[in-house]
Ligand binder design. Sequence first.
Ligand code: SF4
Length: 367
Amino acid sequence: MIPLRIKVEANADQPFVVRLRSFEADAREKLNPFDAALERVGPEGAHYVGEGGPIRILGIDPSKVDGDVLLVNPRRGTADRLIRSSSQHNTFLVTERCDQVCLMCSQPPKKHHVDLFPYFEAAALLAPEGATIGISGGEPTLFKTQLFRFLERVLGARPDLSFHVLTNGQHFGENDRGALSRIDDRGRVVWGIPLYSRDPAIHDEIVGKPGAHAQLLENLALMCRLGAQVELRTVLMRPNADGLPRLARFIASTLPFIRTWAVMQMENIGFGRMNWKTLFYDSSQGFDVLGHSLDLVRSRGIDAWLYNFPLCTVPEAYRHLAPATISDWKRTYREECVGCSLKARCGGFFEWHPRNHGYYSNLGAIQ
Ligand code: SF4
């Protein structure tokens, strides 16, 4: 697995953001105050020097972190790779707090919160040209004042950047109209919002919050009026699988303004692991309900996709709708994948997917 946290040594009291530069010395005058340039590599690590002082990186080849933006915690001797320059999958986890307790949550909520927005802002401003940065949690909009300010400032300073914000959609209100319009004036923010069922009782049961469905529909209407870019997300599970066509009809008739509908497979981690046996829906066995729902939504001109589905578990006619969405740092393949002709465009499995993988059919059958 690609490490998101690495060991460092730095002479500083407080956390700081730095971008690593491993290029030759004559380019140093181009460094900005957040950059640190590689001085030398030895058995004791890679030494970088910048305006913020020296920093030593341990246990990873400097070529693998060239251009990476780190949040260094000198007291702990660790650094989080906030931006990996070679990756399309950079996400800022802005909080672990959440007001929902979803049955399949991969990152169960915690009470503790530390405001890292100033570091995220510094890091985003150092991101590679044209990057899309993910924002997730917990529930990021529990800190929406800070979130909106962050987005507005970064998008104002970096017209080339875009954001994808995962949110439960519970906390938008009419008072946010001004902030949301300023942020989203050029469609550079996509809001990924989950809707699990047309049936309020099923949705509320899944998210563990009475009244969540009603609040969500109200807020989706607001997002529509504001012209926000919405990616609706539905994790496929046993409790909502049968109702998928009804949800698809509702999306097609009532939410045609959404940009995308993503039906997603579960992650076997966090609450998802705890509830796997009761929730996991083997889509290789019961794809009809899924295929029918995708057809319905797409027939109304709305993009509908399958996220996190191994390609061999999807009927051939629908494989073009299943991009490789599992982030590079948590993606893996099985022994059965060796020699598979679909591997180059398949997203494989989450690193933590059980060995007994849960899908009935086809794994390893494609050569
Ligand atoms: S065998 Fe592996 S690589 Fe091939 S489609 Fe299935 S999961 Fe993907």
